[in-house]
Design a protein around this ligand. Structure first.
Ligand code: SF4
Length: 196
């Protein structure tokens, strides 16, 4: 029987490469497109949905795995980095890796709420009511505070008593529309959570 002869250096190269590959797979870093990749059993009956981590402007791609809970409600039960996303290639920072805690948090805001003047409590309102209230207040404030010209008579068209903080995870189109609409109204204070 023929024997394969390896130098000490070749031995470590071969075993190191094999060890590295298996460790990567264990840590979840192997590409899902790899033919040796096998979906873990606990995810086999789940629905996979692509999404974006909402925490910061890096906007890492995430895979949300959901299944029906005991009450028949679809529930996210596992989150991991999207290996096909060019931004993070399957990795997540500790905040992103803990997304499930945010999804399940009892403090998570899931619908519009308002605290009326003098009240200590927030109450739930519909999106239609929320948007109507916001639009009415924006118009009243702009009518009152819009500055067309400065003290030197120069046209400035600015509305300095209103500001908007938008999501850094918005896509190009919604970001473009938001900036165009707000700038056309004279809004100067426009920023995103990317700088927080
Ligand atoms: S996973 Fe981390 S780095 Fe990526 S978007 Fe979320 S918070 Fe930012």
């Amino acid at each position: 029987m023929s024997q394969i002869k390896l130098t000490r250096r070749q031995f470590f190269q071969v075993t190191g490469a094999g060890l590295g590959t298996s460790s990567m797979t264990v840590m979840g870093l192997a590409n899902a497109a790899d033919p040796v990749f096998k979906k873990p059993n606990k995810l086999e009956k789940t629905t996979e949905t692509r999404s974006t981590c909402p925490y910061c402007s890096v906007s890492c791609g995430v895979l949300l795995y959901s299944a029906k809970d005991a009450q028949g409600k679809q529930k996210v039960m596992h989150v991991e980095g999207d290996p096909d996303n060019p931004v993070n290639k399957g990795t997540l920072c500790p905040k992103g890796a803990g997304l499930l805690d945010m999804i399940d948090s009892p403090d998570r805001l899931q619908f519009p709420e308002v605290r009326e003047p003098g009240s200590k409590e927030f109450k739930r309102i519909s999106w239609e009511e929320a948007l109507t209230r916001i639009a009415k207040r924006m118009k009243a404030d702009r009518d009152k505070n819009f500055v067309a010209k400065n003290a030197d008579g120069l046209t400035v068209n600015r509305w300095n008593t209103f500001g908007m903080l938008v999501s850094s995870a918005s896509n190009n189109e919604s970001g473009y529309m938001t900036a165009k609409i707000l700038r056309s109204m004279g809004v100067v204070a426009l920023d995103t959570q990317a700088r927080i």
